[in-house]
Ligand binder design. Structure first.
Ligand code: AMP
Ligand code: GLY
Length: 426
């Protein structure tokens, strides 16, 4: 198989690391990739939304299968574009078409889909400038806190949790009247607040069949103790200690099956990953959101626990043969800790040299690059989240301790990381 993987984060490094281990992987290209993926295959310097350039790279490199990492190209229709290109007649793409990707691309679409298919979720209403005043009235009588979401993609920043009505109306006004999120916020979803504890479940779907991958829990806040602003994710663990067999069964029956059946019933062609962001309250799952891709940094713990050949899995998904696959999971706990640039998720600097990368103990730990680039033989920082270290352990405590110890071997100017990943389970 000649494979092209799109993306440049830690998720893509973990996927590239796993794909490159397969005897079925003849050649792996990553576009644009990072300094880590360069060790797993060939980086091609193309942006993930430059559809023409991606198509040309597929032709030039005789690519058989494209795996799409991030959501933006999916929501913009990369899958439909590649599949309908006459020059790419036999190409397979892992990632849903534009229609299926609406599960992530439009929060209003996702909520309406959940309601249509009886999937447990928070009650909600949607508003635009046309019914602006109805929204104000709705907010005034809404129980607190109130969750408000920009409908479209907002780089993970489009969700605001408001503690009082004045704040909610001000935020509503900013989104609708002042276009705080541009196009993405022209429609606003207002929903009730779910209490409980979050976890993420990942499914690979082939249009008909599905397999469930190891579950994970990520830590979104920048500061220890889950304080400070939200980030893309500061760490993750898998398995999730409270995700018993009984809870996973409930999630499959109440959330996964109705989603998979719903997609088919509505004629939404879906070959790719589905990420279920869940709130668990009193052992009952409620859907917070769908993503049409794997999570980052969740992938960096899910993939290391997956014993299956990832290329075989991708081919089975492309050929609608996932019913022949049994997922085989490493029983050890995996934990990842993310190193970020000082200032992130606000302003931060780039271009700092990273030292000590070669010192990682390869037996229990692996390092995945997130925002890095190569510069004259040096590796330098190139993003807010710079790299993460995933370790295996017998428990969350064990795995986190090992990652922290390894973290101490690496440094760059203004490096920061959370030392309390998995703290509830220590
Ligand atoms: P989303 O972008 O939809 O994942 O939302 C980002 C984060 O906001 C989630 O991971 C939750 O922590 C929180 N969140 C979103 N919706 C709700 C809700 N209805 N109730 C409580 N927390 C929520
Ligand atoms: N870590 C959350 C996400 O990938 O959306």
């Amino acid at each position: 198989m000649r494979i092209l993987l799109l993306g440049s984060g830690g998720r893509e490094h973990a996927l590239a690391w796993k794909l490159s281990q397969s005897p079925l992987c003849e050649k792996l290209f990553i576009a644009p990739g990072n300094a880590g993926t360069a060790h797993c295959g060939t980086n091609i310097n193309i942006g993930v939304t430059d559809f023409e350039a991606i198509k040309n790279a597929c032709i030039e490199n005789e690519v058989d299968i494209v795996i799409v990492g991030p959501e933006e190209p999916l929501v913009k229709g990369i899958t439909d574009f590649l599949i309908s290109s006459p020059a790419l007649k036999n190409i397979d793409v892992i990632g849903p078409g534009k229609n299926g990707a609406q599960l992530e691309g439009s929060k209003a679409f996702a909520k309406a889909f959940m309601i249509r298919h009886n999937i447990p979720t928070a009650s909600y209403r949607e508003f635009t400038l046309e019914n602006y005043q109805d929204g104000v009235a709705y907010l005034q009588q809404h129980a607190l806190p109130i969750v408000m979401k920009a409908d479209g993609l907002a780089a993970g920043k489009g969700v605001v949790i408001c503690e009082n009505h004045l704040e909610a109306i001000a935020e509503y006004d900013l989104m609708l009247q002042r276009a705080k999120y541009g196009e993405a916020g022209k429609k606003v979803v207002v929903e009730s607040f779910l209490k409980g504890i979050e976890m993420s479940v990942f499914v690979l779907m082939d249009g008909k069949n599905y397999v469930i991958l190891p579950e994970a829990k990520d830590y979104k806040r920048i500061k220890e103790g889950d304080k400070g602003p939200n980030t893309g994710g500061m760490g993750a663990i898998s398995p999730v200690p409270f995700a018993t067999k009984a809870l996973m069964k409930k999630i499959e029956e109440k959330v996964i099956k109705p989603t998979v059946n719903g997609l088919q019933k509505e004629g939404l062609e879906y070959r790719g990953f589905i990420f279920f962001g869940l709130m668990i309250e009193n052992d009952e799952p409620y859907m917070i959101e769908y993503n049409c891709r794997m999570g980052d940094p969740e992938t960096e713990v899910v993939i290391p626990r997956l014993k299956n050949d990832l290329v075989e899995l991708m081919v089975a998904a492309a050929n609608q043969q996932l019913d022949t696959i049994k997922i085989d999971t490493d029983p050890r706990t995996a934990c990842t800790v993310v190193a970020v640039s000082g200032g992130y998720p606000g302003e931060y600097e780039k271009g700092h040299e990273i030292s000590g990368l070669q010192n990682i103990n390869a037996e229990d730990s692996m390092l995945f690059h997130m925002g890095t680039s190569g510069n004259n033989g040096k590796v330098v920082t190139n993003g807010g989240r710079v790299f993460c270290i995933t370790s295996y352990g017998r428990s969350v405590f064990d795995a986190v301790e090992i990652s922290k110890e390894e973290m101490g071997k690496i440094s760059f100017a203004k490096m920061e990381y959370r030392r309390d990943i998995g703290y509830e389970f220590q």
